[in-house]
Design a protein around this ligand. Structure first.
Ligand code: NAD
Length: 268
């Protein structure tokens, strides 16, 4: 797919932030978009704000895009709405803080939303995509999936898992017409990163971009099909640096960690 015009598209987590920006852009470019979010009123509002002047369409379907039942219901109702799903954006994500001491619930929720949602969607989408020889999955991962991050072990670990799953799908099925892409931004001003946490602000604030900037990069990447979508281009250099010298990379992140520890934690 090099353009979304006329395509049947699903975007999860479209009630806010990056998902909302992607859905608006796709609809404006003429796609027929299903917007999903746990937050029904928010996603209906985003759907109503979508421009459909170019022949696009925007339909809100609220619900859980992570659980097995939720993903099944979303894909069934999206197929009723769209016919075929040409592009599925597994974008919904959560950020829970802490290290090993984070609760079992926070770890399980992070696996569920940040990784298993993608696995469950792919399980249901692949049979038809492989049968017809085309399908397109875009996973919103994070630079934390390429580089790790101070602050949240559940986030860093599950985003590596999301990247690994997207890579596996791509390496296994690209010769069968499947396109898989992974969006890996650093800070983006959204509900998840809203400027209220001083440590996050120190870590990500200086290079933060807007959700529409991510949508710009995604549109360019859909046109050329590259696997890694990097709204912060510098992430490519950092990723190469981490691979070339992991100890240097970890020592550098540890210095950032020590800096962040000097910033009062809003949780303490
Ligand atoms: N904001 C950043 O700095 C940043 C950076 C890198 C990656 N990301 C990733 O971008 C994606 C979108 O996050 P955002 O920054 O736009 O945050 P956001 O909080 O503004 O939006 C996330 C949306 O996902 C929805 N959601 C959460 N769990 C859901 C579920 N189980 N089913 C359906 N909807 C669900 C939320 O209700 C929310 O509307 C996430 O995967 C996040 O990890 C964000």
């Amino acid at each position: 797919m090099d353009s979304v015009a006329g395509a049947g598209v699903v975007v999860t987590g479209a009630g806010s932030g990056i998902g909302a920006a992607l859905a608006r852009r796709f609809a404006a470019e003429g796609a027929r978009v299903v917007l999903n979010d746990l937050n029904g009123p928010a996603v209906r509002k985003v759907a109503e704000s979508c421009s459909t002047n170019n022949g696009g369409r925007a339909t809100a379907i609220s619900g859980d895009a992570a659980s097995e039942d939720g993903v099944t219901a979303l894909i069934e109702s999206s197929r009723s709405e769209l016919g075929e799903i040409d592009l599925f954006c597994a974008n919904a994500g959560i950020a829970r803080g802490g290290g090993p001491e984070a609760s079992e619930e926070d770890w399980a929720d992070s696996w569920n939303v940040n990784v298993m949602a993608h696995v469950r969607a792919a399980r249901l989408l692949l049979p038809r995509w492989l049968e017809r020889g085309s399908g397109h999955l875009i996973c919103t991962v994070s630079a934390a999936g390429l580089l790790s991050t101070p602050g949240s072990a559940p986030y860093a670990v599950t985003k590596h898992g999301a990247l690994a799953f997207a890579e596996w799908l791509s390496l296994t099925h690209r010769h069968r017409g499947l396109t898989v892409q992974a969006i890996c931004p650093m800070g983006v001003r959204t509900g998840m990163f809203d400027g209220t946490d001083p440590r996050m602000e120190k870590l990500l604030g200086p290079d933060a971009i807007m959700p529409d900037d991510v949508a710009d990069t995604v549109m360019a990447a859909i046109a050329d099909g590259r696997f890694l979508i990097l709204p912060h281009p510098d992430v490519a250099r950092m990723y190469a640096g981490r691979a070339a010298d992991p100890d240097r990379w970890l020592a550098g992140l540890n210095l950032i960690q020590q800096d962040l520890e000097a910033v009062p934690d809003i949780g303490s």
